[in-house]
Ligand binder design. Structure first.
Ligand code: NAD
Length: 278
């Protein structure tokens, strides 16, 4: 018998065409899970679904929808019912930061151009980042957990971040939005605890991906930025994590291995959250 017992379950992975979530989808497909790659980018979603079907011989479909638009998610659910069946697992992976909500200066000393500090942050950037990370977790949960509550069985895995515990410099909107994701994870876990739906989150440490490349690699030289070096100094393992290293935690949270676990946020961070820096 397959220990994880995930075969033929249906998982929706939002942001499933992205770096981290396509890897998570593949790890579920390897266990026989039928995967729905839900992404704003239809072409990329279909590409990931095709790769999955080819590599793992399990059903995978690419669906275009926005996690910020409830009507579009309801349309996606209809398609999912037609193509694969009711949803058992939801990974809320769509998320990210925006340069418009990122300050140039880390710590003010008082003589800098105010535009480069807190005062230059754009409220539109805050709106965008809060919407994508927080509402983009809330709305898919509202739409896709209806199947889980009907069956009295299901799992939601939210994707948080290290900066949800302590904010990183420069990115106040992303940090606060991921904190809100942690808080909502606990709230929804309590709300659903008696109807068989578990809600947990993963807080990845530092990975080198599209959303943070502009902060971690110098565009001109291709070298690591001073920020990258600081991250590695603050990570006891002294390296970036890889998307593959998140998948063990995904399988644990998605399966009955974590049957009594709900409302927790698991760091997968090379020790970053444990280290005082001294
Ligand atoms: P990514 O940019 O590679 O992928 C994000 C995907 O989400 C893209 O395919 C994009 O098309 C999709 N998307 C964007 N807006 C959408 C919308 N409105 N509706 C549906 N899909 C939408 O991102 P990633 O780096 O793989 O990050 C995935 C998750 O992990 C995010 O929640 C991110 O905040 C989190 N995270 C990333 C890191 C990191 O170092 N990269 C660290 C911690 C947490």
């Amino acid at each position: 018998m397959n220990e994880l017992n995930l075969k033929n379950k249906v998982a929706v992975i939002t942001g499933g065409a992205g770096v981290i979530c396509s890897t998570m989808a593949k790890s579920l497909a390897a266990e026989g899970v039928k995967t729905v790659i839900l992404d704003l980018n239809m072409e990329a979603a279909e590409k990931v679904a095709t790769e999955i079907e080819k590599e793992f011989k399990t059903k995978s479909v690419g669906i275009s929808a926005s996690v910020l638009d409830k009507t579009s998610l309801e349309g996606a659910l209809k398609q999912i019912h037609e193509k694969v069946g009711p949803v058992d697992i939801l990974i809320n992976g769509a998320g990210g930061n925006s340069p418009a909500a990122t300050s140039k200066v880390e710590k003010m000393v008082g003589n800098e151009n105010l535009e480069d500090t807190f005062f230059g942050l754009k409220i539109e950037g805050f709106d965008k980042v809060f919407d994508l990370n927080f509402k983009g977790t809330l709305l898919p949960s509202m739409v896709f957990a209806t199947d889980m509550v009907s069956k009295k069985s299901g799992v939601i895995i939210n994707i948080s971040s290290m900066n949800s515990y302590r904010p990183l410099t420069k990115i106040p909107a992303y940090s606060a939005a991921k904190s809100a994701v942690n808080n909502f994870t606990q709230w929804l876990a309590v709300h659903f605890a008696k109807v068989g739906v578990r809600v947990n989150a993963i807080a990845p440490g530092f990975l080198l991906t599209n959303q943070n490349r502009f902060l971690l690699i110098d565009e001109k030289t291709g070298e690591m930025t001073a920020r990258s070096k600081k991250i590695l100094n603050g990570t006891p393992m002294e390296r970036f994590c890889t998307p593959e290293e998140l998948t063990g935690t995904v399988l644990y949270l998605a399966s009955d291995l974590s049957k009594a676990v709900t409302g927790i946020i698991i760091p997968v961070d090379g020790g970053f959250s444990a280290y005082s820096g001294v």
